[in-house]
Design a binder for this molecule. Sequence first.
Ligand code: SF4
Length: 257
Amino acid sequence: MSNYWNPWHGCVKLSPGCKHCYVYRQDAMYGSEISSSEVRKNADFDLPLRRKRDKSYKLRAGQIIYTCMTSDFLVAEADQWRAEAWAMIKRRKDLRFFFFTKRIDRFQVALPEDWGDGYENVIVGCTVENQAMADYRLPIFNALPIRHKTIIIAPMLEKMDISRYLNNSILEVATSGESGAGARVCNYDWMLDIRRQCIEKDIPFCFHQTGAKFLKDGKLYRIPRRHQISQARKANIDYNLRRDLEMDFPVIERQLF
Ligand code: SF4
């Protein structure tokens, strides 16, 4: 059984990191006739509550559920459905729901009244792609009552300083280059610099994938999709990833960027 839950599909491009959005690329690949910018409720919207013939839940207890991977959980066009989605998340305390968002400034919209300092079973990844987006989104993220937070730098578009936003509430920082035909170049030195910042604050760091155009030691490498994750692993620069958490917090679906 898959551990994905996509309550809605489609998204509106927002910032430079959206330029080659994987949702648009995937829809184009599968020849979808509906515009990727049209946000629509999926047929398996209520998947977390669905049961099998034997009455057990279709989504088996104890898993991380990657949530809203073909949209942004906080996209305005889904505001009408989000309260119901939160209600399902609350009901399935036996699952952990993980979503990442470029719209952390909309986190409070349709947030449940009993959210308090956060549901224990929710992990939120704040995605940033350049310094301007980091400087806008990460202070907002840091101020929010969320129990489990990760920072996702993807696609990394330039050298960035996020050190002032790193604190003990951050479980992990993950970096990725950009995939796809029009991918922008990602420089290995940028990754190493984020790694240094994480080490200085003792925050776990993960280099998830290289992207399609990867600059290292002044040489530009074109890396096929199937090797982008393995090449990042070969770099062997992850820092302090807790193996027990790695099982539970693989953090991002490694195919997406
Ligand atoms: S926010 Fe994410 S899903 Fe939405 S357009 Fe941008 S990259 Fe795509």
